[in-house]
Design a protein around this ligand. Structure first.
Ligand SMILES: [Zn+2]
Length: 273
């Protein structure tokens, strides 16, 4: 068994073939959590989870880039993020027994505009704390996104969410930083970046991190690992991440799949069998 703990089959990139993509993953013994980034993508994740008796779950939340309207330049094309505030009543109405986490929430300081940086950071922190309290109230785990903000993130988690269940998704920083989060009891999730990271930084994280605190994910449709690089990513490709972890840790791929699957079930309170 494998677990893609962070994927976005709920995104528009999959609008024409969501069920085919999910069935391909399930056929390869891969379970998955579709992660919301706003109210509408969260709702789509919940609806998708409801269609399958097991193996498909949802996380509901508000991504930090959507807490403040900003212009982003992704792959040469400008797009505007949609601003939203974390509406607890609305998100509460989405909770079902298939909703296993709150997120993705967190802090993202990448490419913040100088003229409104302070305001943006303030709004991000507000939304993050609101979601932390929501997760506590509903006894859900937290799926945390972080970009260029690890110090602030750790500070907020330590003061608002000490000892509670969380994963730092798409971890990309050093072992030194990883250790700080692991010491707090949080999990670290790795994706396709591990398969093409030439710095060796993430390999060091994988080598040093306790085996029972590592999760696998794809963050599909993004971050496609080889041999599919350049194409749309999908949950079934999470096996390339497990293969890489096995290679780095010097373990059997089967063993990595089993352990990371168990880790995911433990963190997200999922009864597998
Ligand atoms: Zn994501």
């Amino acid at each position: 068994m494998l677990f893609d703990t962070h994927t976005h089959v709920n995104f528009a990139a999959f609008k024409d073939d969501r069920d085919e993509v999910i069935k391909r993953a399930l056929a390869e013994n891969t379970w998955l959590i579709n992660v919301g980034t706003q109210a509408d993508t969260s709702k789509t994740a919940v609806d998708l989870a409801a269609k399958y008796p097991e193996g498909v779950y949802a996380a509901i939340g508000l991504h930090p880039v959507h807490t403040w309207q900003q212009m982003l330049d992704e792959e040469e094309s400008h797009f505007k993020t949609r601003e939203e505030h974390f509406d607890t009543t609305l998100y509460q109405s989405m909770i079902t027994d298939k909703v296993v986490a709150v997120g993705e929430c967190g802090l993202d300081y990448f490419r913040l505009r100088e003229d409104n940086k302070e305001k943006a950071i303030e709004l991000q922190k507000q939304a993050f704390v609101a979601q932390i309290n929501f997760a506590k109230k509903h006894k859900l785990s937290l799926v945390v996104h972080c970009r260029d903000a690890y110090d602030d993130l750790l500070e907020v988690l330590k003061s608002e969410y000490a000892g509670m269940p969380a994963v730092i998704h798409s971890f990309t920083d050093t072992w030194e930083t990883a250790k700080k989060f692991l010491d707090q009891g949080y999990y670290i999730a790795l994706n396709g970046i591990l398969t093409f990271d030439k710095s060796g930084r993430l390999a060091e994280v994988v080598k040093s991190a306790p085996f029972d605190r590592i999760l696998t994910e794809t963050d599909a449709p993004y971050l496609t690992p080889p041999p599919h690089r350049g194409k749309r990513n999908e949950p079934a490709y999470v096996r390339y991440v497990a293969i890489k972890i096995a290679e780095i840790k010097g373990l059997d791929t089967e063993e990595v799949m089993k352990q990371t699957f168990e880790n995911a079930c433990r963190l997200f309170n999922i009864k597998a069998f």
